[in-house]
Ligand binder design. Structure first.
Ligand SMILES: [Ca+2]
Ligand SMILES: [Ca+2]
Ligand SMILES: [Ca+2]
Length: 256
């Protein structure tokens, strides 16, 4: 058999794509964009764009499909920016939770569900950290992240402080992403939170050209990397409060 060189592979792949295009030309598109008027999803992200060109403006927004009410239909959670040390929105902005109406439309239930955010959000990680069968939300942010515990009745409670995930734990911290996973196989979800660069109040700046008098977004490598990461042990059997204590006792809440 003739050996498959890189050139032969690329040739075969391009020939395959060409025949696929020929076979599907004239076929209806796989996806269709549903306008806000039809879906009911009218939420708009505010990227906090400013003349200073601060780096967090270039990030986000994250979102998640999550069946928060366990009715078998995926709902949608969208993360917005918000007030922080360099941004004061002119009008109130918030995250959004859209309930799936099971007919192709969604209803904004953010206020009823009590999940508006309020920090400069980045993304969201979904996980049932207390093993009660209802998904919970961890919102990453430039500044304070938020852990929302699902109350089973269509509402959530901000339990960040009780869980050891509040403002103090993340002071001067920029969490960009997170993942729930059971790293020690004890049946309880744990949380890994990723950091980005050092962008605290005393260290955030923008880049520019002095001759032109213009500012640009800095490339991330001009900032010091933040190697800190958070690993929190969850507490499924005993509820999040005891779980948080256990995490502290067992060194589950680590800063590196
Ligand atoms: Ca649902
Ligand atoms: Ca839960
Ligand atoms: Ca675990």
């Amino acid at each position: 058999m003739t050996p498959l060189t890189r050139r032969r592979f690329l040739f075969a792949a391009s020939a395959g794509l060409a025949s696929l295009r020929a076979a599907t030309s004239g076929a209806p598109p796989l996806f269709e964009e549903i306008p806000p008027e039809a879906s009911g999803i009218r939420w708009v992200h505010d990227n906090a764009s400013s003349p200073e060109h601060y780096l967090p403006e270039t990030m986000g927004p994250g979102c998640a499909f999550v069946d928060y009410d366990n009715d078998g239909w995926m709902d949608l959670y969208l993360v917005n920016s918000g007030p922080c040390d360099f941004y004061a929105p002119k009008t109130p902005i918030r995250n959004a939770l859209y309930k799936n109406n099971r007919d192709g439309t969604f209803t904004d239930v953010t206020e009823q569900a009590r999940v508006p955010g309020g920090t400069f959000g980045m993304g969201v990680a979904v996980g049932d950290y207390d093993n009660d069968g209802f998904p919970d939300l961890f919102v990453t942010a430039y500044g304070r992240p938020i852990l929302y515990r699902n109350n089973h009745d269509g509402t959530f409670t901000d339990v960040s402080e009780k869980a050891g995930l509040g403002a103090k734990a993340f002071e001067g911290h920029w969490s960009t992403s997170a993942v729930w996973f059971d790293f020690d196989n004890d049946g309880r979800l744990d949380l890994f939170v990723c950091s980005f660069v050092d962008y605290g109040e005393t260290s955030h700046f923008s880049c520019g050209d002095n001759k032109l008098g213009r500012k640009f977004y800095c490339i991330p490598r001009v900032f010091r990397p933040k190697r800190r990461r958070h690993v929190h042990r969850g507490g499924a059997r005993h509820g999040h409060r005891e779980g948080a204590r256990e995490g502290a006792r067992r060194g589950g809440h680590r800063h590196q």
